[in-house]
Design a protein around this ligand. Sequence first.
Ligand code: NDP
Length: 245
Amino acid sequence: MSGIEGKVVAITGASSGIGEATATYLAAHGAHLVLGARREDRLNAVVDRIRAEGGSATGVVVDVTRREDLKRLTDRAVAHFGRLDVLVSNAGTMAISPFDELRQDDWDAMVATHITGLLNGIGAALPLFRRQRSGQFVNVASTAAYVVKPPQAVYAATKTAVKVLTEGLRQESGPDLRVTLVSPGFTNTEGVGKGASPEAAAAVIRQRDEIAMPPSAVASAIGYAIEQPDGVDISEIVVRPTVQA
Ligand code: NDP
């Protein structure tokens, strides 16, 4: 039995990209999945495909910026599978733009999705993990949490916050919980350039098409952190294409 088989894993942002690839990888290794995202049609398509391939999954429409939605996600895990072993906080938006464009709604969305969204997940899962005396948080940051490049400052700041919150949570988590930060580099997903200003989008899409790694590379890194034996915490993984500086 692998260290993934039988585990109950909730994933936010599971309707596409890294979240979908992670769901696919974990389902193939025998996890029970609770998948969350806002686009119901895309989410249902992922759930249906996983079930058709023999996997175990259920979907919950979730906006991570809403506290009650994360509670519904973790409640579904308990109602459906009896417990929650891992929460993968992956939902994100890469709406990058230069400061001068004053895209303040996009700034707010990145703060709300990456920071408030992560905290909402912690708020929903931590009491459950404490009651169970076990559980794992896997938080998806970015290589942008390590280096800021224009015009990504707001995105990088929110991903730096993910990194700091994850390390702080790890330090407070005690011996029963595991806390993992996974920071991908350029990954070939539909999210690259989505919502970004046209010039910024063109630049990152060009880079994505030249150097990006497949989302399955991030999925297997997340799987590696999950499959470790109890008492072993993979605290931090940075995974990037070899050609990314
Ligand atoms: P995608 O756009 O494919 O995936 C983003 C996912 O997040 C979607 O499933 C989307 O679903 C979901 N999402 C966005 N906002 C919300 C919200 N408010 N509530 C719930 N779900 C939400 O892009 P990626 O797979 O690339 O991104 C996944 C994560 O990886 C993000 O956190 C991103 O910052 C990070 N990342 C990506 C990199 C890359 O190069 N692709 C590099 C480094 C990090 P829906 O719209 O249906 O809600």
